[in-house]
Write a protein that binds this ligand. Structure first.
Ligand code: FAD
Length: 412
C-alpha cells in the first residue's frame, strides 16, 4: 500500500533501534522495514510469524504509543513511523497465504485449556514441534478476549479465523463448548493420555464495586456486556465506572449500539487512566463524555450517587485521593457498566487439587510457567492478572520451551 511505503521510507533503519528494544517481543523492526521496501513480503511475513504468531493482531491492539511508535527516533521532533500499519499489511497477507507444513508427529498428546492469545501461542508452537495438540475452549469460538472482549470495530474477526485455519492445518484439534473444571477435570485429561496440560483461561470474573445497589437490574459488568452487546438494552444514558481499556471499549460499544449519552466516571484524572491515550482519544472522538474526580457511593433505581474526589499532595511528595462527602449527588442514568478490572473464575481450580493460587485466585507458577502440579503449566492473564495480548504471547513462547523440555521424556 502506498501509505505504508511512505511510512517505510520515513524509517531511518537505526542500528540500535529503540522501537525494537521497546517491543516486548523484540520484533526486528528495521529488518522488516528493509525487506518491505525491497518487496520481500513473504520473507518479512515469515520472520514476523515465527517471532510472534499473533503479529497481525498485535499490529492492531498493542499499546503502540508505549512501545514501538512511542520510542521511534523520528517521533522526538516530528511524526514517528507507524510500523504497526506495515506489520499489519505484511502479517495479514502472510497468514492468508501461508500453507503450514504439518511436521512429523511424535505421538505425544498435549491438552490446551483456553484458546486466548496464550493458548493459541502454545498450541501453535507445540504443534509445529510435532506434538498432538487438542484445544479445549468453553466458548463456541476461539480467541478469548480477541473474540469476546475487544469490539469488532477495533479488531476485525477474520484475523482470528485465519489463525484457526492455520491451527487446523497443523492438525490441532479444537474442541469448542468444552468447559474444563467441574465435569471434565485435569485428572480426567491425564487419565486419557494427555502427557501435559497448559492452562490459559484468562480472567473472566468482574471485580465488584462493593457498594449498595450493585445487584439492581440496570447494573451490568462491562466484561459480560462486551461478550454480546447486541443482547442488551442499555437505554439512552449510560454511566461507565472505570478508566481502563475495558471501560473505553464498553463506553464506545454502548455508543455504537445506540446509547446517546455515554459517560465515563472516574475517581482520578486523565493522566492516571490505565487506558491508552489512543483509546481515550478515540472514545472522545466518538462522543463519549468524561466525569472526572468522581467516585461511586451508592446505586439507586434512578441512577448512581457519586461524590467528588480531590488529589492532595503529601509531605513526602506522593499524592492521596480524598473524598468530599458533602458533594454527593445523584447522577441519573438508564444503565451502569462496571469496568474496574477482572479476576479469574475458579472453575479450573475446583476439583483440581494441587493447583496453588496466589492473591485474587491467580494461578501460581514458577518463572517457566510450571504450576504446583507436575506437567501442568499456565500463563497469560490467569497467572498475571489482566495484562496485554503481547504479554500473553511472550509468556506463551517461554512456557512452550519448558513444556517441550518436560515432554521430551515421553517421545519414543
Ligand atoms: P483470554 O484472552 O482471556 O482467553 C482465555 C480463554 O480461556 C477464553 O477463550 C475462555 O473462554 C477460555 N476458558 C476460560 N476458562 C475455561 C475453562 N475452564 N475451560 C475451557 N476454556 C476456558 N490487550 C491488549 O494488548 N490490547 C488491547 O487493546 C486490549 N483490549 C482489551 C479489551 C478488553 C475488553 C479486555 C477484557 C482485555 C483487553 N486486553 C487488551 C487484554 C488482553 O486481551 C488479555 O491480556 C489477553 O487476551 C490475555 O490472554 P489469555 O490467553 O491469557 O486469556
Amino acid at each position: 500500500m502506498l501509505n505504508n511505503l511512505i511510512e517505510a521510507n520515513k524509517c531511518l533503519i537505526c542500528k540500535n533501534a529503540r522501537c525494537q528494544k521497546n517491543c516486548p517481543i523484540d520484533t526486528p523492526i528495521p529488518q522488516i522495514i528493509s525487506l518491505y521496501k525491497e518487496g520481500k513480503y513473504e520473507e518479512a511475513g515469515k520472520i514476523l510469524f515465527e517471532n510472534n504468531p499473533l503479529s497481525s493482531i498485535c499490529a492492531i491492539v498493542c499499546p503502540h504509543e508505549n512501545q514501538c511508535r512511542g520510542f521511534c527516533i523520528k517521533g522526538i521532533k516530528g511524526e514517528p513511523v507507524h510500523f504497526h500499519d506495515i506489520e499489519y499489511e505484511i502479517s495479514t497477507k502472510y497468514l492468508e497465504n501461508v500453507k503450514l507444513q504439518k511436521p512429523k508427529q511424535n505421538g505425544v498428546k498435549v491438552a490446551i485449556v483456553g484458546s486466548g492469545p496464550a493458548g493459541i501461542t502454545v498450541a501453535l508452537n507445540l504443534a509445529l514441534r510435532g506434538y498432538s495438540v487438542t484445544i479445549f475452549e468453553k466458548n463456541e469460538k476461539i480467541g478469548g478476549v480477541l473474540n469476546y472482549g475487544i469490539p469488532s470495530f477495533r479488531l476485525p474477526r477474520f484475523n482470528i479465523d485465519l489463525l484457526e485455519k492455520r491451527l487446523k492445518e497443523l492438525g490441532v484439534k479444537i474442541k469448542i463448548n468444552s468447559l474444563i473444571g467441574p465435569v471434565i477435570t485435569l485428572n480426567k485429561l491425564l487419565e486419557d493420555g494427555y502427557k501435559s496440560i497448559f492452562i490459559g483461561t484468562g480472567v473472566w470474573n468482574p471485580r465488584r464495586l462493593d457498594i449498595k445497589g450493585e445487584t439492581f437490574g440496570h447494573v451490568h459488568y462491562a466484561i459480560d456486556y462486551l461478550k454480546s452487546p447486541n443482547r442488551y438494552d442499555l437505554g439512552n444514558k449510560v454511566i461507565v465506572i472505570g478508566a481502563g481499556n475495558v471501560a473505553m471499549d464498553a463506553a464506545r460499544t454502548a455508543k455504537h449500539f445506540g446509547s446517546n449519552e455515554v459517560y465515563v466516571a472516574y475517581r482520578r484524572g486523565f493522566e492516571d487512566m490505565t487506558a491508552t491515550k489512543h483509546e481515550v482519544s478515540e472514545a472522545k472522538e466518538e462522543g463519549v463524555l468524561f466525569d472526572l474526580f468522581k467516585s461511586p457511593v451508592e446505586i439507586v433505581d434512578e441512577g448512581i450517587i457519586l461524590e467528588d474526589t480531590k488529589k492532595v499532595l503529601n509531605e513526602n511528595g506522593s499524592y492521596s485521593l480524598v473524598s468530599l462527602t458533602d458533594s454527593r449527588k445523584l447522577y441519573e442514568c438508564d444503565s451502569i457498566l462496571v469496568a474496574i478490572s477482572q479476576l479469574p473464575k475458579n472453575t479450573i481450580v475446583i476439583n483440581n487439587k494441587g493447583l496453588d493460587v496466589k492473591n485474587g485466585g491467580l494461578l501460581l507458577t514458577d518463572e517457566f510457567g510450571q504450576t504446583t502440579r507436575e506437567g501442568i503449566y499456565a500463563c497469560g492473564d490467569v497467572t498475571n492478572g489482566a495484562k496485554t495480548v503481547i504479554q500473553a504471547v511472550v509468556d506463551g513462547k517461554k512456557v512452550c520451551e519448558s513444556m517441550d523440555k518436560y515432554l521430551k521424556q515421553f517421545i519414543i
